[in-house]
Design a protein around this ligand. Sequence first.
Ligand SMILES: Nc1ncnc2c1ncn2[C@@H]1O[C@H](COP(=O)(O)OP(=O)(O)O)[C@@H](O)[C@H]1O
Ligand SMILES: N[C@@H](CC(=O)OP(=O)(O)O)C(=O)O
Length: 440
Amino acid sequence: MSRIVCKFGGSSLADAKQFKKVQAILAADKRRTIIVPSAPGKRSPDDAKLTDLLYLCQQSASVGTDFSEAFNLVRDRYLGIEADLGVNGQMADHLEQLKGKILEGVSRDYIASRGEYLNGLLMAAFLDAEFVDPHEVIFLNPNGTVNPESYEKLRARLQNESKRYVIPGFYGCDNAGQIKTFSRGGSDISGAIVARAINALIYENWTDVSGLLMADPRIIADAKPMEEATYAEIRELSYMGASVLHDEAIAPVREVGIPIAILNTNKPEHHGTRIVSKLSPEIEKNTEIAGIAGKKNFVMINIEKNLMNKEIGFAFRLFGILERLGISFEHCPSAIDSMSVILESSQLEGKTDLVMEEIKRTLRPDRLELVPQIALIAVVGEEMAKTIGIAAKVFEALRDAGVNVSLINQGASELNIIVGVAPEFYETALNALYRCFVKE
Ligand SMILES: Nc1ncnc2c1ncn2[C@@H]1O[C@H](COP(=O)(O)OP(=O)(O)O)[C@@H](O)[C@H]1O
Ligand SMILES: N[C@@H](CC(=O)OP(=O)(O)O)C(=O)O
């Protein structure tokens, strides 16, 4: 029997009512035998995610402040779910141990991983499934990528096709045998790794929206759903801010052609979005693009120097500075005598002065400027490369909306056009772009 791997996000597991929806989803298709849960998420927009509370506990403890308020919220949530489900997951004991570990000062990754670990134990008890600890079967390289040995280990551990397994998301084991988490939203990656390991029929990613929408629904309330999209399109969109699926969750399944389905736990009958390598010709599309996504948290460093074009090795030295300081950048548009580097704000945390000083010292620019916040918006679609006039439409729409464009970038793949705008124009620009490509 071909098996289906189901990852359930925090929004799908926020309380016992949500666990029961999961149980019904699994019962509806017997091939759904491998479950990858996240930690409980928000029950309402102003609620807290368990992972955030755990980070808070760890951080407070590390500076010697009281973390009992946050810890009580963690405890209440797990004990509440356990009681409401009527299962015995021995949560009280596990929580006592967790408190001890926080006081002991164990690693940040270890504490954060307990969100998924405890939820996995509860889920396994509720579904009468076998619990598999990712610490024993998912190995992560120092740069956070998966060590391919994990696939063998997982295959062997999950080999019984008639069994139901629960394997928590978000973490694995590093080279030193310690718990290591992925970046935020990383349970999506765990699900993809497990799907790849067992050569799943499909990787189902269950969340709180009926598939990917053509734009962030928090900004475009009536954004249209995407019935089908390619791995490449979704990787671009998720990297640029469509937070439903982690961008690193694409590669493991893409390499072996396992389709991903984004589905809604609260509306399981909806077909959601199917992510594949090639779009099916029979699905009618009434727009040239797949979707639009963006983020506000970028900074831009502008460097100007007369005759920069004659200075061999200028870019090499600039990138050398970034490499030495362990900084990765997103884009690097250039002109004859100027060059800009766009980075995620977090990359510069605590390093801004150092980077600027190093650039001044090593490259001796005529002018050096730091733009502290810039928003990037990507218009994405495989069809764009074949269609004339996409760029014209983008810039006309932004002009008509009165948005000044500070940066333009288009990769050789022509899969996207990226524009940079001042953060105060972000929502207006996203709206204008969406409305110009998607008609009612
Ligand atoms: N293009 C998009 N399509 C759908 N949802 C999006 C998009 N961009 C951002 N989102 C947001 O992503 C949320 C789902 O992702 P996430 O909170 O990580 O879910 P989960 O808890 O299931 O992992 C949605 O509720 C929605 O607000
Ligand atoms: N709980 C982790 C991992 C995760 O993927 O969660 P979610 O599926 O709720 O996005 C986080 O909040 O980052």
